[in-house]
Ligand binder design. Structure first.
Ligand code: NAI
Length: 492
């Protein structure tokens, strides 16, 4: 450690060496950071495979959670997830426990790493919502043939990730934020992300707003990746395009990421524990080291971050002492030799400059501003999901009969989102799971007491339940006179 660094106050960071190659890349990263004079004091903690073996069902022992809660910062190596039923992913546990809602994945062309896209100047950041969407894992078998996963997206969830993307664009001096979405199909969930982008954008006049449909985004990422700056998107979209984007600049093996929340931040490599090379001293620590560089910037240690980044760039550009995954076949060295080389290059400057960063402040907004606040809210009907092997015609007839004297009219039946009753003439493949739409003959205004209309619903559902097993019920509402639900394909 150099003399000046010895006087810098140190920030405590929880280090999770993790599984497989984890301890090797962690040791290499910490050795480089210490040699560069990083103002960090490491507090080691356990998570992943060994914790699972000891019977910790979440894979993250209490002491580890306490350590991160105290330090608010963690550098994490890959953690193994038990495959199949049973244990939860320790990674997901950590993200959810600390509400690390923003997954930040920088994607920048690295010197010396040849790809079909080299020389294009790719330099973007993907900001992925990290805790909502279908990844909440709310799944139910509906019948023995139909599985369901709920895609829940919330206004505060969309708002804070959009704000995080803009805050990041400002901190990194980036010019544009593009919301990538599938709002053309999922108008309410993905549409919420798009609308929130439009609502929040005017607060950040120095950043150019944009939006793109996610499939076109994937296409443009391959055709013209250099055109992107910051992309913000929902959890599953982000999962896919961030891996795609990493592939443009050399693959997952060198990609870092951070997971940011209001109160804690966790930095990690994107790759897994590489059990095939674990314990052999062959692992490439570049991804975890790059994550540690993000951590240094997060704590405001910009000079040390640039010093380490430049030493890494020089090492990669010169191509001496690279690990086997990057070196020409038969010329790879081990983790230690690569680490020594990066340390030897500390203080050197590469031809690729480090970006000019400012500290990223993720403000906590005491009152998120962009919620839907309708003046009127009405209950207009219900969808009842029924399990039956009847034909749609027969089911329709029976449901019309049993709702005859209720306050509802059966307006249609759908199967897998396609109207099948009244018949449309389409060739719809049927499963034993029908969504039956009953509309109130007179809509019920919801005046703050949201249980209004429920006795009527209970009456209808009881009558249906006497004949058919129902799987779930959805209320249909109208906000300010506009449908707050979607119509099935083929409904008039
Ligand atoms: P993996 O990323 O561990 O390995 C895929 C391939 O890339 C292997 O051939 C491996 O040798 C190579 N590789 C990965 N990182 C490398 C590095 N730093 N240097 C050199 N080569 C490297 O993916 P896999 O095999 O699907 O997953 C293994 C385990 O890791 C699983 O238990 C999985 O659950 C876990 N995992 C954990 C993650 C995390 O903690 N964030 C992320 C992904 C997987």
């Amino acid at each position: 450690m150099n003399a000046s660094a010895a006087h810098t106050p140190k920030t405590k960071v929880t280090a999770l060496p993790g599984d497989g190659i984890g301890p090797e890349v962690m040791a290499a990263t910490i050795r480089i950071l210490d040699a560069a004079g990083a103002p960090i004091e490491w507090e080691y903690a356990e998570a992943g495979g060994k914790a699972f073996e000891r019977g910790v069902v979440t894979g993250v022992p209490r002491e580890t959670l306490d350590s991160i809660a105290r330090n608010k910062l963690a550098l994490k190596s890959p953690l193994e997830t038990p495959i199949g039923y049973g244990g939860k992913s320790a990674n997901v546990t950590l993200r959810k426990y600390f509400e690390l809602y923003a997954n930040i994945r920088p994607v920048r062309e690295l010197p010396g790493i040849q790809t079909p896209f080299s020389g294009r100047g790719i330099d973007m950041v993907i900001v992925r919502e990290n805790v909502e969407d279908v990844y909440a894992g709310i799944e139910h078998m509906q019948t023995t043939t139909v599985a369901q996963c709920l895609k829940l997206m919330t206004a505060p969830g969309c708002e804070r990730i959009i704000r995080a993307a803009y805050a990041l664009a400002e901190a990194e001096g980036r010019k544009g934020v593009t919301v990538a979405h599938k709002a053309n199909i999922m108008k309410l969930t993905e549409g919420m992300m798009k609308r929130m982008g439009e609502k929040v954008a005017p607060e950040f006049p120095s950043v150019k707003p944009g939006n793109i449909i996610i499939d076109n985004c994937a296409h443009q990422l391959v055709i013209k990746p250099e055109a992107f700056d910051v992309i913000v998107t929902s959890n599953m979209n982000g999962d896919i395009i961030s891996d795609l984007a990493a592939g443009l600049v050399g693959g997952l093996g060198i990609a870092p990421s951070s997971n940011l929340g209001d109160n804690a931040a966790m930095f990690e490599a994107v790759h897994g524990s590489a059990p095939d090379i674990a314990g052999k001293g062959l692992a490439n620590p570049t991804a975890l080291l790059s994550a540690a560089i993000m951590l240094l910037r997060h704590i405001g240690a910009f000079d040390v971050a640039a010093k380490v980044e430049q030493a890494l760039f020089v090492t990669l550009a010169e191509g001496r002492n690279l690990t086997g995954d990057l070196a020409p076949r038969g010329h790879g060295v081990g983790t230690d030799a690569f680490t020594d080389q990066v340390i030897a290059n500390l203080g050197r400057i590469s031809h690729m400059p480090s970006r000019d960063y400012k500290k990223l402040e993720l403000k906590t907004w005491p009152k998120l501003t962009a919620h839907l606040e309708p003046n009127t809210r009405e209950l207009v009907g219900i969808d009842v999901f029924i399990e039956t092997g009847l034909s749609s015609e027969e089911l329709g007839k029976q449901l019309e009969e049993l709702s005859q004297y209720s306050m509802f009219t059966l307006t249609g039946i759908a199967n897998r989102g396609v109207t099948v009753y009244p018949a449309t003439g389409g060739e719809t493949f049927l499963v034993d799971h029908f969504s039956c739409r009953f509309m109130f003959k007179t809509p019920i205004p919801l005046t703050g007491n949201t249980s209004e209309g429920q006795p009527e619903i209970s009456y209808l559902v009881q009558r249906i339940g006497a004949k058919f097993p129902w799987m779930h019920i959805e209320k249909l509402q109208r906000f300010d006179g506009k449908d707050a639900f979607e119509r099935p394909q083929g409904e008039g």
